[in-house]
Ligand binder design. Structure first.
Ligand SMILES: [Zn+2]
Ligand SMILES: [Zn+2]
Length: 234
């Protein structure tokens, strides 16, 4: 019965809001099979502090004692791969949760090829969204991504962070302003003592949000905190 209802709902949605391939504009799906096959995953690893490329995404020698994230990996780079930007835009600003089907296939594929960036991760944890934003959107894109990742690599997902006060949109702020903007925003809600945590977010720009999450997790006793995002800024 539930299946029938969802089939009908989908049929109605297809008529009211037809979907077109984001790359070739063929009707029917967010990304057709031919275009999906052409998507090139870059898997970029770089110092989480200064954004210099490093092996395994570890902190470079200059930043060895800076920041709280041990590594960072992203599947795509904004500006270089239009499709990553497009997929996240549709997900976040057109509230199209079903585009996650395409994103999931890409993430699963990326996990098959080389999961070495997982390092010693024992749990996967999404960067939380403020409850006001969650209410507007109906989902947290970081949680959706963390869930797909968790299923793909068979590492449990846990919620260990809460976002306290709502912050200004980070997009218009400088790196310094972004760091001040997120300072003290996150709260640890779980026992994280001794855990190796892989933090997940949709985009990594200056890294201030993830660095602040990593900071509070470290203070709460986490052994290591690594970062993973679907895309990163240049
Ligand atoms: Zn296409
Ligand atoms: Zn560095």
């Amino acid at each position: 019965m539930h299946n029938l209802v969802s089939q009908i709902t989908q049929a109605v949605k297809d008529v009211l809001f037809p979907v077109f391939c984001l790359l070739c504009e063929d009707e029917g799906v967010w990304l057709c099979n031919a275009c999906l096959a052409s998507v090139e995953i870059v898997r970029t690893q770089y110092c989480p502090v200064c954004h210099r490329e490093t092996k395994g995404g570890i902190r470079c020698s200059i930043c060895a004692h800076a920041g709280f994230l041990d590594t960072h990996t992203a599947l795509f780079v904004y500006g270089r791969q239009y499709i990553a930007e497009k997929l996240l835009h549709v997900l976040k600003y057109e509230y199209a949760e079903d585009v996650m089907q395409v994103i999931s296939v890409i993430v699963q594929h990326a996990c098959k090829e080389s999961p070495s960036w997982l390092g010693s991760a024992g749990v996967i944890m999404p960067v939380p969204l403020h409850k006001k934003r969650f209410a507007e959107r109906g989902f947290n894109q970081a949680t959706l991504l963390a869930r797909v990742l968790s299923e793909s690599v068979d590492i449990p997902m846990v919620y260990g962070l809460k976002r306290g006060k709502a912050t200004e949109q980070q997009a218009t702020l400088s790196k310094q302003e972004r760091m001040a903007n997120v300072r003290g925003v996150f709260e640890v809600t779980q026992d994280v003592e001794g855990l190796n945590i892989l933090l997940v977010d949709d985009v990594y720009t200056t890294g201030s949000t993830m660095q602040e999450c990593a900071r509070v997790l470290r203070v709460a006793g986490a052994k290591s905190v690594m970062g993973w995002s679907f895309a990163r800024g240049e």
